[in-house]
Design a binder for this molecule. Structure first.
Ligand SMILES: Nc1nc2c(ncn2[C@@H]2O[C@H](COP(=O)(O)OP(=O)(O)OP(=O)(O)O)[C@@H](O)[C@H]2O)c(=O)[nH]1
Ligand SMILES: [Mg+2]
Length: 232
């Protein structure tokens, strides 16, 4: 709890028994509850989460968006923070991010990733390019200035969820949430830079750069022109 506001960290996890202990070991004590959404894992994800005292929510419908929909449905706190289960996001900074949210009386923060490993390997270059293209299309199609449309770390007041309409069950959930938030003029929001390390990803990557990249791009067009596309 910070300044009377209770905090829940929601972590979607599909076979993340390797990364979870690292992430959960860094959660600041101000976080009141951690919800791990076990999304069709076949490893010890749920067991690891329970050992760390987390609330485990099972989501049998596979998909990043489906996982978040289930996790958000179980939140009772004032504030919600999110992060991957793979060790790439700085969960140790949750306290200072919440302080920014409260100090600036913001409703929503999307954390914008500043890679702290500049290794020029092909994977990183493709990620950077893919993210750039998707963020550029988000700006072109929706006229919102969002630098990191694909970031998976958000800090926000739970009531924001009552205001947004989220349809994506997949990786496009991340860009959809930002588009919805940025389109509501009375919601105070901004991006805050965070350090980010791709090389720290623990366990096997779940993201398929080409497949998910194209799906997210198509989703941007579909949502813009009102075409239902729940699978993305
Ligand atoms: N991709 C994917 N991730 C899921 C799914 N369900 C839960 N997750 C979790 O959502 C988080 C994001 O997935 P990642 O594979 O880390 O995707 P990413 O961060 O874009 O890419 P990486 O660089 O590989 O970490 C992880 O904690 C996953 O375990 C799913 O169906 N697909
Ligand atoms: Mg990740």
């Amino acid at each position: 709890m910070i300044r009377g506001k209770t905090i829940t960290l929601v972590i979607p996890a599909h076979n993340e028994e390797i990364g979870l202990p690292h992430v959960l070991g860094q959660v600041p004590e101000e976080v009141d509850r951690v919800i791990v959404v076990d999304n069709c894992s076949t490893d010890a994800t749920s067991i690891v989460a329970a050992e760390f005292g987390c609330m485990v929510v099972n989501q049998p419908l596979k998909g990043y968006g489906h996982a978040y929909q289930a996790g958000f449905g179980a939140v009772e706190s004032d504030l919600i923070v999110t992060a991957d289960a793979d060790g790439t996001y700085p969960v140790a900074r949750i306290t200072s991010l919440v302080e920014i949210l409260l100090d600036e009386q913001l409703d929503f923060i999307s954390c914008s990733r500043k890679p702290d490993d500049h290794a020029g390997n092909l994977n990183n270059i493709m990620r950077f390019t893919g993210n750039f293209v998707l963020s550029a299309f988000t700006m072109l199609l929706y006229l919102h200035y969002i630098r990191d449309s694909q970031s998976g770390m958000w800090v926000f007041h739970r009531e924001v969820l009552d205001r947004v309409r989220l349809t994506s069950g997949g990786m496009a959930f991340s860009e959809e949430l930002k588009i919805e938030v940025w389109s509501l003029r009375d919601i105070k929001r901004r991006e805050v830079d965070i350090p980010f390390s791709y090389s720290e990803r623990m366990g096997k990557a779940k993201l398929n750069l080409w497949r998910d990249g194209f799906r997210n791009l198509i989703f941007l067009f579909a949502k813009r022109f009102g075409i239902p596309m729940t699978r993305a």
